[in-house]
Design a binder for this molecule. Structure first.
Ligand code: UPG
Length: 479
């Protein structure tokens, strides 16, 4: 247990946690919440009825955690009953962000009637409006970034220079370390989608700008990945309260039961992996949101077949209508042709568990930040196919700055050349090329592991965060 646990007689502080309802956002914030619950904090998590089940594993581990379950507000762009981005894909972010801002009043009412109200708020970066909420409640807000500090720095520049950024084909980030440039189509999706004429987008923009005025930043990232950008943000915000507590998948809790996979039905996958040589299998998955088109599915299947590499391909399946149009459909006969060398898993796979298997040596990924952290934590070479959102920014960091990834395709609608794709996969998995990248990936893994050990930087940042909240509570008591 950390040295920062409440001392005898000291009532643990009460904090309010507000996750954003997208798989890649909620799960890592729940990991941070777990860490705080392990340190005796009193916690209330804000959620909505359909998102409540995601909290179940955490709530059963920590029965003392309370929930504030509020009905999901409506928005004209949201189909009735939708409460999570996973149901709509990346396009769902905008209406969901706007709809949730309508929870301001019920949250304030709850806060004002509470006998032991929270002393701090930790809320997702996509809930920027909660900065005003925290001000109203007179408590500090910590922003949880489920992405890295490089991305946060890029976004900060974009939101603060929106008019200029939106007018350019290529944006030069001259104020950032390494002065990166991005083509307009590779900027984070929220920037590309922003429309000045729509008052709802103003809500989003104001919230995003407000993020940088918050009391502190918490990142699922760590020094060896993001130190330049941690430093940049500290200078920009004028204080040191920027905490890199990642990779969270190494801190726990154990992620093997995430998404409730039926481990019996996939026992054959682990049996097969157990018989494969170390580092010989490519894991292929594109996160919880991306559904691939018919042409993409065909090109990817063909590339995997031509590569002659061993693989596990996790296929996100769509609705009956989407699958009728070929979305998420594996080409006929493919599985028979690759039998013994490759496995297709449909739906949800225990990714963190699979990536930690000694036989997995490569990860063909969209570069979603959680996948990136899980790959790094396991020293796995990344074959990068960024598609949308923050993924092009993440890819730049991985390929060009950290040198732990190889670029294989770019774009949400791109269809890779299957010959070329097969060649890169084959060389990376079967050959002796990419040795430098593989070595750097292993080195980064070692640094990640060091960081979460006693005396390590990520654990130190977590303790510093805990101390900061304890301090806030002590000061509140003195007022
Ligand atoms: O079958 C699956 C699919 C996913 N996961 C897990 O789900 C998470 C997926 O997160 P991520 O890799 O970040 O991908 P997305 O779900 O696509 O995440 C969205 O949110 C991320 C955080 O903001 C962004 O970085 C991404 O670009 C955005 O697409 C990871 O922990 C995976 O291990 C599984 O366990 N099994």
């Amino acid at each position: 247990m950390s040295a920062s646990t409440a001392t005898a007689g000291e009532k643990p502080p009460h904090i309010l946690v507000f996750p954003y309802p997208a798989q890649g956002h909620t799960l890592p914030l729940l990991d941070v919440t777990h860490q705080l619950a392990c340190r005796n904090f009193t916690i209330t998590i804000i959620t909505t009825p359909k998102n409540l089940p995601t909290l179940s594993p955490l709530l059963s581990t920590h029965p003392q955690i309370q929930t504030l379950t509020l009905n999901f507000p409506s928005h004209h762009l949201l189909p009735a009953g939708v409460e999570n981005v996973k149901e709509l894909g990346n396009a769902g972010n905008f209406p969901i962000m706007v709809a949730l801002s309508k929870l301001y009043d019920p949250i304030i009412q709850w806060f004002r009637s509470h006998s032991n109200p929270p002393v701090a708020l930790i809320s997702d970066s996509f809930l920027g409006w909660t900065m005003h909420l925290a001000n109203d409640m007179q408590i500090p807000r910590f922003v949880f970034w489920c992405t890295g500090a490089f991305l946060a720095s890029v976004l900060d520049h974009c939101w603060n220079h929106l008019e200029t950024v939106k007018s350019l084909d290529v944006v030069d980030f001259v104020d950032l370390p390494r002065t990166p440039s991005f083509k307009a189509e590779h900027l984070p999706s929220v920037i590309q989608l922003y429309r000045d004429s729509d008052p709802d987008w103003r809500i989003v923009q104001e919230g995003m700008v407000a993020n940088s005025l918050s009391y502190g930043y918490i990142f699922n990232s760590f020094d060896a990945v993001d130190s330049e950008y941690f430093g940049f943000l500290k200078r920009k915000m004028g204080h040191e309260r920027v905490y890199g507590v990642g990779p969270l998948c190494l801190l726990g809790p154990d992620h093997s039961s995430r998404g409730n996979p039926d481990l019996n039905s996939i026992a054959h996958v682990f049996d097969w992996l157990n018989g494969c040589p170390d580092g010989s299998v490519l894991y292929v998955s594109f996160g919880s949101q991306k559904l691939m088109s018919k042409r993409q599915m065909e090109a990817l299947a063909s590339g995997l077949e031509k590569s002659m590499a061993r693989f596990i391909w996790v296929v996100k399946t769509g609705t009956t209508q989407q699958m009728g149009n070929g979305y998420g459909v594996v080409p006929d006969g493919f599985e028979e042709r690759v039998a013994g060398r490759g496995i297709v898993m449909r739906g949800w796979a225990p990714q963190a568990m699979l990536l930690s298997h000694r036989a997995i040596g490569g990860f063909l990924s969209h570069c979603g930040w959680n996948s990136v952290q899980e790959a790094i934590a396991n020293g796995v070479l990344i074959l990068a196919w960024p598609m949308e959102a923050d993924q092009f920014v993440n890819e730049r960091l991985l390929v060009d700055y950290l040198g732990v990834a190889v670029r294989v395709c770019m774009g949400a609608d791109s269809v890779p050349d299957s010959e070329e794709l097969g060649k890169v996969i084959g060389e990376s998995m079967n050959g002796v090329v990419r040795e430098q990248e593989k070595m750097r990936a292993k080195e980064l893994k070692s640094k990640a592991i060091e960081g979460v050990k006693n005396g390590g930087k990520s654990l130190g940042d977590l303790d510093a965060l805990v101390n900061e909240i304890m301090q806030i509570r002590r000061q509140k008591r003195l007022i």
